[in-house]
Design a binder for this molecule. Structure first.
Ligand SMILES: [Zn+2]
Length: 320
């Protein structure tokens, strides 16, 4: 009996190795990281910083990069699991946003100890939270000095964030410093080029009003180009049911401004916007806020620049 078990085990091992050998890519990657010893482990909470780090670490195989938020999931209702906490604890670099939605991080960092942690909102100038243009104002306890956390919707700020993250990483892993610096510089340059395109576009737009049947995380983006946004909810609102009175306000805003386009943010699956657009004789369009991306877009390797370029294409047709 014992002998049979031993044979089965040996067979399983042989088959197991054969299986591995067939998956050439996987085997190669494993070998590569084993050769270089311990790779740098970078853990990001949500998509923007994951995307930035993916660009900065391009070509450095020893880096192990992960995002805690699952693609397709709602970023504002994310909460860390025990497994996530252990992932954060074992990270060399942990990157979060550092705003209201990340309040859980403070608590987690009391027990989890990544080698280094960075809040991207601390790398750039922030704007105070504002209810300007928000129709459904919520009766939340207003926090003193609370800032709007969606800094990455500004290409100007994102380019600064990428530059700062590149430097931080170069310091942390000196062996690949040149690659990180070059990648960061290249990505920042792409952002600056796109920012210039937006600036040129909005310098020709007469009515710079966006009506959004959703929350508005675009405060920084709007500020960069002098856009006025009228939205159902504030940036991180968990509300997604648009009350009738708010629907009517949105319809009124579209009609009064003579606008033919109504915007929602990505991953919005509600029917409200369709109903509002129909009543106002407007077309519904999607703007990417880049909090998260769909599973399909994640798997196909879509980037922050891809989404911001899609926004440019949308707005250059709808607002021109
Ligand atoms: Zn948000």
């Amino acid at each position: 009996m014992k002998k049979i078990l031993a044979v089965l085990l040996a067979l399983a091992l042989v088959l197991g190795f054969a299986g591995c050998a067939n998956k050439k890519d996987t085997a190669d990657t494993t070998a590569a990281s084993a050769d270089k010893g311990e790779g740098l482990k970078i853990v990001c909470t949500i998509f923007p910083q994951y995307d930035f780090m993916r660009a900065i670490t391009k070509g450095v195989d020893s880096v192990e990069l992960s995002m805690l938020l699952a693609p397709g999931d709602e970023s504002h209702s994310y909460s860390a699991t025990l497994e996530d906490i252990s992932t954060i604890n074992s990270a060399d670099l942990f990157i979060y946003v550092g705003g209201e939605s990340d309040e859980w991080v403070e608590e987690v960092l009391k027990s989890a100890h990544p080698k280094k942690s960075i809040a991207i909102a601390e790398l750039v100038e922030t704007l105070e939270e504002s209810d300007d243009g928000i129709i459904a104002q919520e009766e939340e306890e207003e926090e003193e000095g609370a800032f709007d956390e969606h800094v990455w919707t500004s290409l100007k700020r994102s380019s600064k964030i990428v530059t700062a993250l590149g430097s931080a990483l170069a310091e942390l892993d000196a062996a690949h410093a040149d690659t990180y610096s070059a990648n960061a510089a290249q990505y920042a340059k792409q952002m600056q080029a796109l920012d210039q395109q937006f600036t040129a576009l909005f310098s020709t737009v007469k009515n710079k009003t966006l009506v959004i049947a959703d929350r508005n995380p675009f405060r920084y983006f709007c500020e960069d180009y002098g856009i006025k946004a009228i939205a159902a909810f504030s940036g991180c609102s968990s509300n997604n049911e648009i009350p009738l009175s708010v629907q009517n306000e949105l319809i009124k805003a579209l009609k009064e401004n003579g606008l033919k386009h109504l915007y929602v943010i990505e991953l919005n699956s509600s029917d409200y916007a369709d109903a509002i657009a129909k009543q106002a004789g407007a077309e519904k369009l999607v703007l990417y806020s880049c909090h998260n991306l769909s599973k399909e877009d994640f798997e196909s390797g879509k980037t922050y620049i891809d989404f911001m370029t899609a926004n440019y294409e949308t707005l250059s047709t709808s607002m021109a």
